[in-house]
Design a protein around this ligand. Structure first.
Ligand code: MG
Length: 280
C-alpha cells in the first residue's frame, strides 16, 4: 500500500465534512466519513453508497460518530454537550454509536471513531467511571464487528489520554490524533503529545490551529493547513518516527463556506504532497 495516502473528512448528508464530488475533484483517494443521519444508515443506502464510492475510486478508512445536541460553541459548552461523558444522553448515544459501528461494518470499514467528550481529570469522579464503562461497552460491540474504536484527541492531555486508555483496558481501543485539537483545547504541545501516545495512533487528522491567549479557557483558532502552530513538516516527521504511514486525512471545519473549504483543502493537498516528497 502507498505510504501516507491523502484523505479528507467527508460527509454524505448533514455534517462538517466536504461532499464526495469535491473529494473526487481534488483527486483524494481516502476519506474519514462523518456518519450520516439515522435515516441514511440502512443496508439499502449503504449498498447505493458503496457503489458510488467504487465509481469515484474513494475508500473510507474510518467512520466518525457524532450526535444531535453536540455544540462546540465554546469550551464549557463542549464539555457540557459533547460525546459520551454527559450522563443524560449517554445511554442513547452509546446505542447510536453501536448502530453507527454496524453501519460502518456494512460499508466494510474496520474502524469507528468519536470524541468521547471531556473526561474528568479526577479518576474518582463518577463521570470518569461512567466514561470508562461506556467506552468499554462500545469497544466490545466493535470487537464483535471486527472493528477498532479510535478516540479523537483534543480534550485530554496526553497523560490523561493514556491513563484513560489504560483504564478502559481494551485491545481494540486506539487513537485518532488531531494535532490542531491539542492547540484549540489547550491540552498540550502536539508534537510532544504525538510522541507520548504514538504507539496507539491508528489514524490522524491533518488540521492546523493557533494558540489562544488563555489556552484551555478559550478556543484557539482553526486555520488553513500550514498557517498555524502545529508545524506540518514536524508533524509528518514525527509520524514517520512512530512508524505511522496510514492516511493523512485533512480536516477543515468550515462547511458554511464550501468554496473556501474546497480551495483551502486543495492547498492542503499540495502542502502535504510537497512534504511527502521531501520525507519519503
Ligand atoms: Mg479532528
Amino acid at each position: 500500500m502507498e505510504k501516507w495516502p491523502l484523505g479528507v473528512f467527508a460527509s454524505i448528508d448533514a455534517g462538517l465534512g466536504v461532499h464526495l464530488d469535491v473529494v473526487r475533484e481534488l483527486g483524494i483517494p481516502t476519506v474519514h466519513l462523518h456518519a450520516p443521519s439515522r435515516a441514511s444508515r440502512t443496508p439499502e443506502r449503504a449498498k447505493e453508497f458503496l457503489a458510488r464510492l467504487k465509481d469515484l475510486g474513494i475508500t473510507i478508512t474510518v467512520v466518525f460518530g457524532g450526535f444531535e445536541g453536540e455544540s462546540y460553541a465554546d469550551i464549557p459548552t463542549t464539555a457540557r454537550t459533547v460525546g459520551l461523558v454527559p450522563p443524560a444522553t449517554r445511554a442513547a448515544r452509546a446505542a447510536e454509536m453501536k448502530e453507527i459501528a454496524d453501519f460502518a461494518k456494512i460499508l466494510g470499514v474496520d474502524a469507528v471513531a468519536l470524541h468521547v467528550g471531556f473526561v474528568p481529570h479526577d479518576t474518582a469522579d463518577p463521570l470518569y467511571r461512567g466514561a470508562v464503562e461506556v467506552t468499554r461497552e462500545i469497544c466490545d460491540h466493535c470487537r464483535g464487528n471486527g472493528q477498532r474504536l479510535h478516540l479523537e484527541t483534543g480534550q485530554e492531555s496526553p497523560e490523561g489520554l493514556l491513563a484513560f486508555h489504560n483504564d478502559v483496558a481494551r485491545d481494540n481501543l486506539f487513537i485518532n490524533f488531531d494535532p490542531a485539537n491539542m492547540i484549540l483545547y489547550g491540552s498540550g504541545e502536539p508534537i510532544a503529545a504525538l510522541r507520548e501516545v504514538g504507539r496507539f495512533v491508528r489514524s490522524v487528522h491533518c488540521k492546523d490551529a493557533t494558540w489562544a491567549a488563555n489556552p484551555g479557557h478559550e478556543w484557539g483558532a482553526e486555520v488553513p493547513l500550514g498557517q498555524g502552530d502545529v508545524g506540518m513538516e514536524a508533524f509528518l516527521q514525527t509520524l514517520a518516527e512512530i512508524g505511522y504511514y496510514g492516511p493523512l486525512t485533512i480536516e477543515r471545519e468550515i462547511p458554511q463556506e464550501p468554496e473556501r473549504q474546497k480551495a483551502e483543502i486543495g492547498a492542503g493537498v499540495k502542502l502535504l504532497q510537497s512534504i511527502k516528497a521531501k520525507l519519503l
